[in-house]
Design a protein around this ligand. Structure first.
Ligand code: ZN
Length: 366
């Protein structure tokens, strides 16, 4: 699946040329959607130049007189831009999240926590269907948490806030009734299904990392070599055998019963970065607030101070219990200044997919 080279269907470039003077954030969002040729392994720096958005009108649009003309004002509801992942997975939000659909191949253990980016949902559906097609007749996969509908804190997780993290229970040959994230062991781990799932994620989707306990990694690594996977590739992707900092599959305690997958979600994150200011303005995300003190100097006004710290005169007045907007030099004011959500303006890095040099010699199925 060459998903990364194609923008999600929900994120369409405008069919109208974007003229100078239009909302910069929107132009940027349109621009990167239209110019979906990001080079892998390179940070996507800054907003693409506006001329990227001034593409030729597609033939289908030109031939259709119902299409908006370039003279019409450019208004694009946020909902039509596709999923938006804002900030670091430990601190951010999800806007326009997509719910994992019901499927014959999986069950959602917490349906309210099954919201992700377009890319996350597409990748999960693809990988789970791939396993089911190769090994028909097994029990359905169990999905744990992805994110809440609008992202943000998701107890008891530290991450899972931006629609990019997904927990999928290990495939087991037998499961204790009512067990929750049952640990995978040599006795119960369904190695063929687990490996098929992991291999599909690594080779056919864009994964930033997979967290998995070392004991489970050892069992899967052994199995992968047994079925003829390339030893150098296996050493490269698993923890403890390759380069510690570049391993895709990392040991983190507490991951004995599930895969914790973090997807790259390139387009959702680009939207999150480029539309950040607009999302804050519209109140769709809550930036954290830092409390600070400002000592009034001659010439200061409440409006000016508010502007300087991203607050408002009214908010400062309320917070400091002022009856009017009159302030005097030397007076100390408490100000709640919004700060950026961590990671909200970071470059989006798409790691190169690390593919095996060849197909495995033996691929047992069923
Ligand atoms: Zn997790």
């Amino acid at each position: 699946m060459e998903k990364a080279a194609t923008p999600p269907q929900t994120c369409r470039p405008s069919r109208r040329p974007v003229r100078a003077g239009h909302l910069a954030t929107f132009a940027a969002a349109v621009a990167f959607s239209g110019a979906a040729t990001t080079t892998r392994a390179e940070p996507v720096e800054g907003s693409p130049k506006p001329e990227l958005a001034v593409g030729s009108i597609p033939d289908s649009a030109a031939a259709n007189p119902a299409q908006p003309t370039p003279a019409e004002p450019l208004v694009e509801p946020m909902q039509r831009l596709g999923s938006i992942s804002v900030g670091h997975p430990n601190a951010g939000y999800l806007v326009n999240g997509v719910k994992m659909p019901p499927g014959d191949e999986w069950v959602l253990s917490i349906p309210d926590h099954a919201w992700g980016t377009d890319e996350t949902i597409e990748a999960l559906v693809h990988a789970l269907r791939t396993v089911a097609a190769r090994f028909p007749g097994g029990p359905r996969a169990i999905l744990g948490s992805i994110s809440a509908e609008h992202g943000g804190p998701l107890s008891p997780h530290k991450s899972h806030r931006t629609g990019r993290d997904a927990d999928v229970h290990l495939f087991l040959t037998q499961r204790k009734p009512g067990s929750w994230y049952e640990a995978g062991t040599a006795a119960n781990l369904d190695r063929p299904r687990c490996w098929a799932f992991l291999r599909t994620l690594l080779t056919e989707t864009d994964v930033e990392m997979v967290l998995l306990d070392q004991s489970v990694q050892d069992l899967l690594e052994e199995y992968a070599l047994l079925v003829g996977e390339d030893p150098a590739w296996i050493a490269d992707v698993f923890d403890g055998t390759g380069d510690r900092f570049s391993d895709l599959i990392k040991h983190v305690p507490g991951h004995q019963g599930h895969f914790h997958i973090r997807f790259v979600s390139q387009y959702s994150r680009l939207r999150g970065r480029d539309l950040y200011d607009r999302l804050v303005e519209q109140g769709q995300i809550d930036p954290p607030v830092r409390e600070l003190r400002h000592v009034v100097v001659p010439g200061d006004t409440l409006i000016g101070i508010g502007r300087r710290y991203g607050s408002t005169a009214l908010a400062i007045q309320t917070q400091n219990g002022l009856n009017s907007s009159i302030i005097r030099a030397g007076q100390e004011l408490l100000i709640a200044a919004p700060v950026d959500i961590p990671g909200a303006r970071d470059p989006v890095i798409v790691p190169r997919r690390r593919l095996p040099p060849r197909s495995p010699v033996a691929q047992p199925s069923g």
